[in-house]
Design a protein around this ligand. Structure first.
Ligand code: GDP
Ligand code: IMO
Ligand code: MG
Length: 492
């Protein structure tokens, strides 16, 4: 059995590896380097990272988001009350912890302020929120370009969240990005917006002409999705340099108390022996480099990216906790070898409430894919796995788990293929395991889980070779089962 066998399993904060325990943090404070823990999505997103982050935040000092933007939707349910976060780290409900939005995040200031206001209205203190001065801003033209790009692709569209993520990261790489610190200097802000805006206006104008032509050909009254109106009826007031600058200066005033050097904040915490939790968004198979390109997001959600996106070194990371559902889901287009289009898929959708937190779209559902999961385990070098939504599988018998793919030519593939054509036509092959009928939502101990559920977890852990530490048996924060020793609460 592969569960709880890791040499470092069973303690919190995780013990630093032997090599590290003897080192000192840059010799500055002569303190041992203490743990950094990454929470990473192991599938195609929406695995329950928010819930796991909130849970582990209890035992943590700093929680930092390191990539993605408000394409993410992280849900926390506490005593039946639901919180949904898009940009704010899922540790924010712990008023004694510091929450940081790292430099690797792309941030829509309007959305962030809405999120802050929403939390304040619910009595949540956000005074402990810090925002990297180096994080890039999603500007109104990025959102318009995202929608325009998807419209242009038509049937070939990626199914993005249309939140401007891709165009914003593109501008960052082009060195045309606007950063959080620019909000604090009107002159710089105006100049940067002017430079960035000009090519966008031209691109959007061309697209608008093209759209108008297409609409004319299709006849008036053709359905138009949100955002299209704005693109077609240029000039859009949101693209006015003066308005945009004014608006963003006022965002800057409101965000100023939160703007900080978040990398230093992480260093100080780590060097002082505190625990830093790096909260991933999206997931491994949506990774720009290692996911199912081009059906991916525009950042690197894998654990290694926590270093770049938060500004720490690789040796600051001690543990990588992957989060996977007991089955699989995907939102948007792209290959999904274990997808189910019949009854069981429908059952998973309805029982698991598989509707996007950000866009409300139906998520595609399927069996758990252990070939893809094993790939994610290795790519992130996970030290532990969390399996969520086990409760959703109740009453499904037999349970199927994908253990290999078969290629179009009949070859057996027991690892995740790097070639897109092979992956697109790969057919998953399954092992069947007995299902369970009992309601497990009330289970809190491993021994209370039905033997079939435990056998299912054992099979997953054995196959992917990493211990399962935590199992989700319902949406609420309390609905969890620790496998093996429960981490003790860390004294801050
Ligand atoms: P994230 O993006 O990875 O944080 O995940 P989302 O919040 O988008 O989606 C996960 C959904 O599953 C949310 O609605 C959670 O409340 C819910 N959830 C998390 N863990 C469990 C679980 O163990 N059982 C059930 N039934 N729901 C869960
Ligand atoms: P969390 O953090 C699930 C998907 C989109 C689309 C692709 C590219 O809640 O798990 P983008 O807007 O990023 O350019 O879209 O990525 N996607 C997600 N799917 N969960 C997410 O975040 C996602 N963020 C992006 O559906 O297929
Ligand atoms: Mg989500």
């Amino acid at each position: 059995m592969a569960r709880i066998t890791g040499s470092r399993a069973g303690s919190w904060p995780p013990a630093a590896s032997p090599g590290r325990a003897t080192r000192v943090a840059g010799d500055r404070h002569n303190l041992p380097v203490m743990p950094g823990v990454v929470i990473v999505g192991a599938q195609w997103g929406d695995e329950g990272k928010g819930k796991v982050t909130d849970l582990l935040a209890d035992r943590t000092d700093v929680i930092v988001r390191f990539q993605g933007g408000n394409n993410a939707g992280h849900t926390i349910v506490r005593d039946g009350e639901t919180f949904k976060f898009h940009l704010i780290p899922s540790g924010i409900l712990h008023s004694d912890k510091t929450c940081a939005i790292g430099n690797g995040v792309v941030l829509d200031p309007r959305i962030l302020l809405e999120e802050i206001d929403g939390l304040r209205r619910r009595g949540v203190d956000v005074g402990n929120l810090r925002i990297s001065a180096n994080a890039h801003l999603i500007m109104p033209y990025h959102v318009l370009l995202d929608t325009a790009g998807e419209m242009k692709l038509g049937k070939l569209s990626l199914g993005t969240t249309r939140r401007g993520i891709g165009p914003c990261y593109a501008d960052k790489a082009l060195r045309l990005g606007i950063r959080v610190q620019d909000l604090l200097d009107e002159k710089i802000l105006r100049a940067k917006i002017r430079t960035a805006l000009e090519p966008k206006q031209q691109a959007l104008r061309e697209l608008s002409v093209r759209r108008r032509k297409l609409r004319k050909e299709a006849g008036e009254g053709a359905d138009r999705e949100g955002g299209e109106q704005a693109i077609e009826d240029a000039p859009d007031p949101r693209l006015d340099l003066h308005t945009m600058t004014e608006e963003h200066v006022s965002y800057g005033h409101r965000l100023e108390p939160h703007i900080a050097d978040t990398a230093r904040l992480c260093w100080d915490a780590l060097d002082a022996g505190k625990t830093v939790l790096f909260e991933g968004a999206q997931a491994t198979l949506l990774d720009l480099d290692h996911g199912t390109y081009p059906f991916v997001t525009s950042s690197n959600p894998i654990a290694g990216a926590a270093t770049v996106g938060a500004g720490v070194g690789p040796t600051d990371i001690d543990e990588v906790w992957g989060v996977a559902k007991a089955y699989a889901t995907r939102v948007g287009a792209g290959p999904f070898p274990t997808e189910l289009n019949e009854d069981v898929g429908r059952q998973l959708l309805e029982r698991g409430h598989e509707y996007g937190t950000t866009t409300g779209r139906e998520r595609r559902c399927g069996w758990i894919d252990l070939i893809a999961l094993r790939y994610a385990v290795r790519l992130n070098r996970m030290t532990a796995l969390t399996i969520t939504k086990l409760d959703v599988l109740r009453g499904i018998d037999p349970l199927r788990v994908a253990v290999r793919y078969r290629s179009k030519e009949g070859a057996i593939l027991d690892s995740f293929p790097y070639h897109q054509s092979i992956l697109h036509s790969a057919v998953a092959e399954y092992e069947e395991l007995p299902g369970f009928d009992a309601d497990i939502e009330g289970c809190r101990k491993e021994a209370e889980l039905p033997p079939q559920a435990r056998a299912y977890l054992d099979f997953i852990a054995d196959f992917v070779g990493v211990p399962i530490r935590l199992v989700g048996v319902g949406p609420d924060r309390e609905q969890i089962v620790w496998l093996g020793e429960e981490p003790t609460l860390r004294a801050a």
